[in-house]
Write a protein that binds this ligand. Structure first.
Ligand SMILES: CC(C)(COP(=O)(O)OP(=O)(O)OC[C@H]1O[C@@H](n2cnc3c(N)ncnc32)[C@H](O)[C@@H]1OP(=O)(O)O)[C@@H](O)C(=O)NCCC(=O)NCCS
Length: 434
């Protein structure tokens, strides 16, 4: 089988549980206005359509500030900004309506086309945009009259839910009407947060166009307080804060400049973006000396039962660099060690434990996937596990039973025949890194 076949199969197997988990869930996806102007937009809309065909209920919100400013400059209309919002005068409102309307039609056209590709599905899916947002004027602040710049007064959640129940994708524009018949320019980020709250959505996803440098600096997970330290998040932080304070468990930030990043974020274990939550949920990381007490708490009961071979504290201190841990706040709730075998491209996985309380939630899978990734980065081609009671768990994850003859020479000499552990091997050489 070719390399690319193998990675397709690998991706599909990894994605399968996520496809199941996301089916029927509601995600609010907010697209920044610079992203609408990039070459990635078409790919992104295709990926959004794929989410919809996989049964995710989608509410899409888009920004228009960049395009509005460009139009105003082209028409030589001067504009003022206060606290990062354009003051929307009557003239500017007209430009605003044109730009927002044009963007909406483009998005509707591209999405309808992507949603109804005969090759994708045989059921017709619609994009619905309507007056789902009631707006109110921001009013006068510090003597500055915001005029037609407004904020969200109400989201028509029930009407949106009805559309979602009929498998329609709902598109929300950054314009709203007040009950008095006035139009207001709204922040798409505020709409996204308010819609997430009103619909009790499962995820809020901000799709941004970040520089490769800024994107690289953002870690996989951040708490709200940590997120505040990142300058690339300044323009979003107020909204992320509002969402998290309102109880939205997870806000995803994805650099959608990278092709396929939305699908990678939602359907692979490693993801592609940054997850921001109120508190530390969990952190998967290399262990350090401070984790030793936590690792000992985790492994001692299993050593007593004979499931793991005993390690002294001193040995653990010497070998701590080989360990990876999952920490929930500061508590170590899972650990594993990876040892490079001398003169072989094999790494031994040992001390593989998930805290009793957290078993059955795929943490073992997360740990294994991270260990495999590190092993590949170390240039290893094969993983080895010796186990007495967990054979099937590893076999179900691609390990195959081997014999003592399959062990690297140095390990062969140390094999404990009395313990009679199963020898499990996994070829990691041909799997792609996500
Ligand atoms: C094996 C272990 C790491 C799995 O962690 P986990 O986070 O619970 O794993 P996951 O959630 O990814 O998988 C859970 C599945 O594995 C199954 N499983 C758990 N222990 C198993 C075992 N010993 N043998 C076979 N399957 C097992 C569960 O029944 C569950 O199956 P299901 O999905 O069909 O319900 C964890 O059970 C553990 O720490 N065990 C004790 C330590 C150990 O045996 N380590 C290996 C020594 S090298």
């Amino acid at each position: 089988m070719s390399e690319s076949h193998y990675s397709h199969i690998h991706f599909f197997r990894e994605a399968a549980p996520y496809i199941q988990a996301h089916k029927g869930k509601t995600f609010v996806v907010a697209i920044s206005s610079p992203l609408l102007a990039t070459g990635q937009l078409k790919n992104l809309l295709n990926d959004i359509a794929i989410l919809s065909t996989l049964g995710v209920k989608l509410v899409l919100v888009y920004g228009a500030d960049l395009q509005i400013e460009q139009q105003l400059k082209q028409k030589n209309i001067t504009f003022k900004k206060y606290k990062n919002r354009i003051i929307t005068t009557d003239d500017i409102l007209e430009v605003n309506k044109n730009v927002v309307g044009r963007l909406r039609i483009n998005l509707e056209t591209c999405l309808s086309y992507a949603l109804n590709q005969p090759s994708v599905i045989n059921q017709s899916l619609a994009v619905i945009s309507g007056s789902f947002i009631t707006a109110k004027p921001i009013g006068i602040h510090d003597g500055m009259d915001y005029q037609h710049t407004g904020s969200v007064r109400k989201i028509a959640d029930q009407q949106i839910q009805q559309q979602l129940a009929h498998h329609s994708l709902v598109l929300l524009s950054p314009l709203g009407l007040s009950p008095t018949g006035e139009s207001y320019h709204l922040s798409y980020k505020e709409i996204a947060v308010q819609a997430t709250k009103a619909l009790n959505a499962d995820k809020l996803i901000f799709l941004q166009s970040l520089s490769a440098d800024a994107a690289k600096k953002l870690p996989r997970q951040l708490t709200l307080n940590e997120a505040k330290q990142y300058s690339s998040l300044h323009c979003l932080i107020k909204h992320i804060d509002a969402a998290v304070q309102a109880g939205v468990e997870r806000v995803h930030l994805i650099n959608a400049q990278q092709n396929g990043s939305l699908l990678l974020e939602l359907y692979t274990r490693d993801g592609s973006g940054t997850l921001i939550s109120h508190h530390h949920y969990e952190r998967l990381t290399a262990a350090n000396i401070e984790d030793i007490a936590g690792i000992l708490d985790l492994i001692r009961p299993l050593e007593k039962k004979g499931i793991l071979i005993r390690r002294s504290r001193e040995q653990l201190e010497r070998e701590i660099d080989n360990f990876i841990v999952i920490k929930r706040d500061k508590k170590v709730i899972a650990c594993a060690a990876l040892y490079r075998m001398k003169a072989a491209k094999t790494g031994e996985l040992a001390c593989f434990v998930v805290d009793n309380q957290y078993r059955g939630c795929k943490k073992g899978d997360v740990l294994l996937s991270f260990a495999e990734k590190i092993a590949k980065q170390m240039g290893l081609e094969q993983l080895l596990v010796l186990t007495t009671q967990t054979t099937d768990w590893f076999r179900e994850r691609g390990f195959v039973l081997g014999t003592v003859n399959d062990l690297p020479e140095a390990k062969k000499r140390l094999y404990n025949y009395q313990r009679n552990s199963h020898i499990l091997l996994k070829d990691i050489h041909r799997q792609s890194i996500h």
